[in-house]
Design a protein around this ligand. Sequence first.
Ligand code: ZN
Length: 251
Amino acid sequence: MPEGDIVYRAAGRLRTALAGKELTVCDLRVPRYATVDLRGHVVDEVGSRGKHLFVRIDRYSIHTHLKMEGVWQVYAPGQRWRRPGFTARAILGVADAVAVGFSLGKVEVLARDREDEAVGHLGPDLLGPDWDRAEALRRLTADPDRPVGLAVLDQRNLAGIGNIFRNEGCWLARVHPRRPVREVENLGELVDETQRILDASAKIRIHRPLVYGRTGMPCPRCRSARIATGPLGEGGTQQDRRIYFCPRCQE
Ligand SMILES: [Zn+2]
């Protein structure tokens, strides 16, 4: 599942392509909003919060979520799409670019001043300009018996983390993802490390997995143990529930 860094970058691409320009194509291929036509209106801005993306146009905000398979791509007008047309859920065009959202898990049109109804439940956004570390820690510790690997994945605590970065963050802080929050003495460090690598991935795009998906490979820190894996999750796919950790470095 795409994480906050992917959504942050998608918002940047859409902002570059659309912001400040008049919409010439507005095609939302979901039954409830199929008749919405914002052509002739200027795209004010494109923003993200956690894994949610907003294209703000006048008094409206087109809210989308990538969920499992979604992706936003930007094309030149007339350019051949790299994904099948029938998977397109939202097409927003301006004179010199077309943004296409394929296989989006969610598409809705909100009044712009009611965006909070879609994302008001989210915890502090790790990549947001209003990132609030103290509030994030407060939310994480509200349920002290919960395994920390689940607490950091809960978007009501921290917005933007998925399975890759929860595993990387726990490894960086030397904390086993199954350890209850109450027993994690360096929870602040865990949050800081996770924020740092997610931010780097969003803005510099350099993230190479440390432990995620590296079952059986040597731990990049101690080099003496091999990365182990196991289940830890609530809902989602098998892969979403999987944890990766070093049995030696993470207790
Ligand atoms: Zn290790």
